[in-house]
Design a protein. Structure first.
Ligand SMILES: *Cc1c(COP(=O)(O)O)cnc(C)c1O
Length: 388
């Protein structure tokens, strides 16, 4: 039989850091321990019924059974524009400044193909969602990470990057509210980032998937597009996944600078054919009528967050109380690396959390707890952790 060697781009992927955790999890489960996984970044709550009803209705319309347009129905893009206006007071031209995505991951993964030539420098604020460096690498980019440190509220220190590096940089990836650190961006930070990008001709790719998962009406996360001049340099990725518990539906959007949106559209035109129109119809309904439901989700996440924070305080594990995202990012106790602590927790309590170094070197010394199990289970997990 012939042997098929994987392409170099796959052979050079970073090693899968969660393999050891997966192995240990299987081992602990085999001993009959009831495993509680706080490692999953996928909302456990179901999609609200009115969105499912909208899908049902739209799925019965034969008009929706044909190829959609890869950019998205104009009505979907207009609903996105209206939502951005209402939520962020950002004006977007539905025809030129918005493209639909088969989930934001799809857009993020394809974006570097539109703008990165082999050898181009891509900067990624890290710890990070793995798609940014991997997709940039697939496009031939040279990826460097910019550390997110607790003393800077997990915002990259832009002044510490040399002018020479800024000049070489093609894309700068940021993500706020951040996965995994749960940090949020400030208007000052975005203003400084936009100024740097303009001065050095850098594209800002901002991932805003978690702006709607916040805990306090007075601390709503912002969009980079609220920053004056951001539209000259930025594209923002957003998604219905985390907002409306629609991760499986694959419905997202990229918005912002028209030429960046068009570049991404050119890639998409050649690789996919857009989102099932019935899903777009349901997405429109979600964007227009979803807010009361999202308010309820926020209450649930807040109860979970508070329950975790209280438990961590009891055992002297330090963490910043997050304002947004579905994660708590906590420091591993003295004397443990991320992996050591996560293994200990799993072996002694059956609770699975994610080691921080799985999101890049700067995540070492931390672990991530996802608030994506029901409150009862979370309480059980927390009570086990408290006894550690
Ligand atoms: C979950 C998540 C997304 C959203 O992905 P979709 O493809 O839209 O479901 C994007 N970015 C980050 C950092 C995430 O954690």
């Amino acid at each position: 039989m012939p042997e098929f060697k994987l392409a170099d781009r796959l052979a050079t992927l970073p090693p899968y850091l969660f393999a050891e955790i997966d192995r240990l999890k299987a081992e602990v489960a085999a001993q009959g321990v009831d495993i509680i996984s706080l490692g999953i970044g996928d909302p456990d709550l179901p999609t609200p019924d009115f969105i499912i009803e909208a899908l049902h209705k739209a799925a019965k319309n034969p008009v929706n059974h044909q190829y959609p347009s890869y950019v998205g129905m104009l009505t979907f893009r207009q609903a996105v524009a209206d939502w951005y206006k209402e939520r962020f007071n950002v004006e977007l031209d539905a025809a030129n400044e918005i493209v639909s995505l088969i989930g934001s991951k799809e857009g993020i993964a394809h974006f570097p193909l539109a703008f990165v030539n082999p050898g181009d420098l891509v900067l990624v604020a890290s710890p990070n969602y793995p798609v940014y460096p991997v997709a940039s690498g697939f496009a031939g980019g040279e990826v460097e990470t910019v550390p997110l440190l607790e003393e800077n509220d997990f915002l990259p220190e832009l002044e510490s990057i040399s002018d020479e590096k800024w000049d070489k940089c093609k894309i700068f990836f940021v993500n706020y509210p951040n996965n995994p650190t749960s940090a949020t961006a400030t208007p000052e930070f975005y203003a400084q980032l936009v100024a740097k990008a303009k001065k050095h001709n850098v594209i800002i790719a901002a991932d805003a998937a978690y702006t709607e998962v916040y805990y306090d009406e007075g601390k709503k996360p912002i969009s980079i597009l609220e920053t004056p001049g951001a539209k000259d340099v930025a594209i923002e990725f957003h998604s219905l996944s985390k907002t409306y518990n629609m991760t499986g539906w694959r419905c997202g959007m990229a918005v912002g600078n028209a030429s960046l949106v068009a570049g991404l559209g050119k890639i998409k035109e050649n690789v996919d054919s857009g989102i099932f129109q019935a899903v777009q119809e349901a997405g429109i309904v979600a964007l227009k009528e979803g807010e009361p439901y999202v308010k309820e989700f926020r209450k649930i996440y807040k109860e979970r967050r508070d329950c975790v924070i209280e438990a961590l305080e009891k055992i002297n594990i330090s963490c910043k109380v997050p304002d947004a995202s579905i994660f708590v990012w906590a420091k591993t106790p003295e004397g443990y690396t991320s992996s050591e602590f996560v293994s200990k927790l799993l072996k002694e309590t059956g609770v699975v959390v994610t080691p921080g170094n799985g999101f890049g070197e700067s995540g070492e010394g931390y672990f991530r707890i996802s608030l994506t199990v029901d409150t009862e289970r979370l309480k059980e997990a927390v009570s086990r952790i408290s006894k550690l």
